[in-house]
Ligand binder design. Structure first.
Ligand code: ADP
Length: 277
């Protein structure tokens, strides 16, 4: 079942001005419930703009975005509220989305309280403790501030805050781009584990194929505002058709000895365990 249907989506910035730019150019695709769709392309190809239109942060210039069969740009206030609970976004740099003046426990509590999910303080504290465990953070981190952590730990805080809202969909905009490769693998493994536990649907945005090829069921390749190729991850990795995809692959180590093993693990027990390189 398709959770999202994107039909002929176009987004033009600065329309009618000298610096007019078509960031998304007549793009159509779907995201199935429970899948990870990778969205890959070079910087400036329009990936973030797609992410922001899918979460209703940006309005399309034309085209439709259907979520569970309904056009999100026709939502009434109540529908928008429930949509904003269902669909959450995580970003490349958690520091920009986490308030540096707030302790981790307050950051997570804010996520819980946004939709008034848990009324009592005890229940909230228990939920914070569970979320810290879930993302692999020590309970003592509750009283620390985001700037006291490494990049990978900060991304864990950001994921805990996102999970606090109990979303159905996570749009992850380059969530590992600024991390060391071994930490990237840990965060990708964490996201894969969480997907299985909470039956989440992911749009996973990345500028190259190096990690996204493991976690994605399907991959859409973007170039200059258009999707030039969309296929199962293995097909994109092994038999890309479009020259742009072939070029993107040139920056990924080939042959990759762990590829088969990691993909097999995904298909056999639906759990991904990438070895840190
Ligand atoms: P990506 O995420 O692939 O790096 P973006 O979606 O951020 O690409 O950007 C696509 C294009 O749209 C780029 O040329 C970018 O400069 C432009 N763009 C993005 N956001 C805005 C904006 N708010 N105003 C004007 N141009 C924008």
């Amino acid at each position: 079942m398709n959770l999202y249907e994107i039909k002929n989506l176009t987004k033009t910035f600065n329309r009618g001005k000298k610096n007019e730019i078509k960031a998304i150019d007549n793009v159509s695709f779907s995201i199935k419930k429970g899948e990870t769709l990778g969205l890959v392309g070079e910087t400036g190809s329009g990936k973030s703009t797609i992410g922001k239109t899918l979460i209703h942060l940006l309005k399309p210039s034309s085209g439709q975005i259907l979520y569970a069969g309904e056009d999100i740009n026709t939502f009434k206030r109540d529908q928008l509220k429930s949509f904003h609970k269902d669909v959450q976004m995580i970003f490349q740099d958690p520091l920009s989305s986490l308030d540096p003046r707030m302790k981790v426990k307050d950051i997570i509590a804010e996520g819980i309280d946004t939709f008034k999910l848990i009324p009592s303080k005890d229940q909230r504290d228990q939920k914070i403790a569970e979320l810290l465990t879930m993302v692999g953070l020590d309970q003592r981190s509750a009283d620390q501030y985001p700037f006291e952590f490494s990049g990978g730990q900060r991304q864990r805080v950001s994921i805990a805050r996102t999970l606090a809202v109990e979303p159905k969909v996570i749009i992850a905009d380059e969530p590992i781009a600024s991390l060391d490769v071994s930490i990237q693998a840990q965060i990708v493994n964490l996201l894969a584990d969480l997907q299985q536990k909470y039956q989440l649907t992911y749009l996973f945005i990345a500028h190259d194929l190096s990690m996204v090829k493991y976690i994605s069921d399907r991959i859409a390749v973007m170039n200059q505002g258009q999707i030039v190729e969309l296929a199962p991850a293995e097909k994109i990795y092994r038999h890309p058709i479009h020259p742009y995809t072939q070029n993107l692959l040139a920056s990924v180590p080939v042959p990759d000895p762990d590829y088969e093993r990691n993909r097999q693990q995904v298909s056999s027990n639906n759990q991904l365990k990438i070895n840190p390189l």
